[in-house]
Every structure is written in structure tokens, then in C-alpha cells.
Design a protein around this ligand. Structure first.
Ligand code: CP
Length: 319
């Protein structure tokens, strides 16, 4: 695949330092892979003989399944280790766990962990590619890539497009990765929600912060809802979920403030009736399941590109 000639990263830790041209390479590669998803014979030989280990220390449905399927579609062997069933519960360190995975000749590690910086740390202690599948409230790069890919499908080029991200921004790795991806692609990003969850300091990332929901929705081409991430909140940032919903939940009435062709996105899992009305989640303007399908193509692209870069690095070291 010609796109791999323009990709040199072995690891994918975050989008903060990724160039716009690199996002284009991933999106172009994902677009090629997406064409293969509907075939009756879905397997491609791209990663034949490779072994991927998914280390998931936090719960996941979409990301883990998509990485597993992506590896299988590319003919790699894949094993998933879930935190609660691993020897991490017996006191083994993350480094020792990864070193043992490497000793068993794994070729790539996908890591989800509650600690921000865990993927970067791991990439410094193992030789194989490390792909961040979400590290604390830091980044979730493949989510940012699949969301921007989905937005390009529906809105075309993103330069000048207005994207509102609404909800728990403070604790969201999805918001951060999307801010990095979307601003690099020229979109105008507005972060919206209660001031306790959307502090004005986020403007340093080159985005607008808005606590007026109507204003944040009025001219958006797309609105991305985020759930309240209780697992990362150590104190209360609003009186109750009911009060959050009554002030910031996207319901039918508030959706009428959106432009008629504005799309609704959500990375999942959706808390129906909290941040997003159930009927809106299933409505024609919702692209939530398109995001999930695109997540498979994006993970195929990331595994393929990082795998090729790693092989080239190995060949260079042997010379
Ligand atoms: N969007 C996302 O990361 O979903 P999961 O937690 O189910 O992987």
C-alpha cells in the first residue's frame, strides 16, 4: 500500500504531535481498508505471521473489539489480556507484564490503562510498537482519528467547519484527541458544557469555550456528545445527573437549535437519556454507528502502518 511510504512512526501514543499530513495518511489507508470490509472474504495478508497483544486494564467494548477484528482482518494472531484476569492483580508491574508479553514474541502491544502517560512509558521500555487505546484522561488517538474520518465522510474537508464537543471535557481523553485532530485539519472547535467540566483554560489549545448551550449548538456542523466519566472524577462537578441532563443534555427541543443538516456523534458508550436523548441517538442525523464501523478501518490502518514502520526499523538496525 503506497501510503505506508509516508508513515515513519512505530508507536501511536497521541495526536498532539502528529502532523496533519500523517492524519491524511491514516485516513487514506483506512479508506482503502474500508473498501474490503464488505467483501465475503475479508482477510488481507498484510500482517500475516504477526502477533498482537491487547492489554486492556480498563473496560472496553468498541475499542478492544475493533483492535481484535482489525488484527484478524489483517491475518495477525491476536490475544487479549483483561486487567482483572491478569497477574497485575497479584502485584506484577505493567513493565514486567509487557516485558513478558515481548518475551513471548509478541509483535505489537495495544494498551488501555487508567494512568495518563502509561502508553508513552511502555513505548520506552519495550522494542515492539505500542498503540495507545486510551490512557487516563490524556488521549485516545484512534478515537480522534475515527471521529475526524467520520466527519470528513459527512462534511467533506474540515477547514472552517464548526464542531461542538459537549459534555465532560475535563476528564475526557476523547475530547483531547479530537481537539488535536480537528484543529490540525482546520476545523473550528467549540467545547461546551458546565464551567466545572469545561474550564476556560482549554482555550490555550486553540479552541473556543462556551457555557451557553444554545450558542454552542446554533452554528455547529456537528455536535459530539460525551458522557460523564464518573470513573475519573474524584469530586462532584455538578449537583446530580438529573440536573446535568436538565441543563446540558441534548434532547429533542435543544436539537431544534441545531442546523437542519448538523450531525450528531458520540464515541460510546452512550448513557441514553442523560447526555443524549434516546430517540436522537437512533435518529437519521446520528452517525454513532458509522463511527463504530469506521473505527475498524482506522485500527486496521494504524496496525498496518505502525507494523510496516517497525519492520523497516528492524531492517535498518540489521544493516
Ligand atoms: N469509545 C470507546 O473507547 O468505547 P469503549 O470504551 O467501549 O472502547
Amino acid at each position: 500500500m503506497k501510503q505506508s511510504a509516508n508513515w515513519t512512526r512505530k508507536h501511536l501514543i497521541g495526536l498532539e504531535n502528529v502532523k496533519p499530513s500523517e492524519i491524511d495518511v491514516i485516513h487514506d489507508t483506512a479508506r482503502s481498508f474500508r473498501k474490503t470490509l464488505g467483501r465475503s472474504v475479508k482477510k488481507l495478508p498484510s500482517l500475516r505471521g504477526k502477533t498482537l497483544v491487547n492489554l486492556f486494564m480498563e473496560p472496553s467494548t468498541r475499542t478492544r473489539l475493533a483492535f481484535e477484528l482489525a488484527a484478524k482482518r489483517l491475518s495477525a494472531d491476536v490475544i487479549s489480556i483483561i486487567g482483572q484476569s491478569s497477574s497485575l492483580t497479584k502485584g506484577e508491574t505493567l513493565k514486567d507484564t509487557a516485558k513478558n508479553v515481548e518475551a513471548l514474541n509478541a509483535d505489537m502491544i495495544v494498551l488501555r490503562h487508567s494512568c495518563a502517560g502509561s502508553s508513552l512509558y511502555l513505548s520506552n521500555v519495550v522494542d515492539v510498537p505500542v498503540i495507545n487505546a486510551g490512557d487516563g484522561a490524556h488521549e485516545h488517538p484512534t478515537q480522534g482519528l475515527l471521529d475526524s474520518f467520520t466527519l470528513r465522510d459527512h462534511l467533506g474537508e474540515l477547514k472552517g467547519k464548526k464542531i461542538t464537543i459537549l459534555g465532560d471535557i475535563l476528564f475526557s481523553r476523547v475530547a483531547r484527541s479530537n481537539v488535536f485532530a480537528l484543529t490540525k485539519l482546520g476545523a473550528h472547535v467549540t467545547l461546551a458544557g458546565p464551567a466545572t467540566l469545561v474550564p476556560s483554560g482549554f482555550t490555550t489549545l486553540g479552541v473556543e469555550v462556551c457555557h451557553d448551550l444554545r450558542a454552542a449548538l446554533a452554528d455547529a456542523d456537528a455536535v459530539m456528545l460525551l458522557r460523564i466519566q464518573h470513573e475519573r472524577q474524584s469530586s462532584t462537578h455538578f449537583p446530580s445527573l438529573g440536573e446535568y441532563t436538565s441543563m446540558f443534555g441534548l434532547n429533542q427541543n435543544r436539537a431544534s437549535w441545531l442546523k437542519p443538516d448538523a450531525i450528531i456523534m458520540h464515541p460510546g458508550p452512550v448513557n441514553r437519556g442523560v447526555e443524549l436523548d434516546s430517540a436522537l441517538a437512533d435518529s437519521k442525523r446520528s452517525v454513532i454507528l458509522n463511527q463504530v464501523t469506521n473505527g475498524l478501518a482506522i485500527r486496521m490502518a494504524v496496525l498496518y502502518l505502525c507494523g510496516v514502520a517497525s519492520d523497516l526499523e528492524k531492517k535498518g538496525k540489521k544493516k
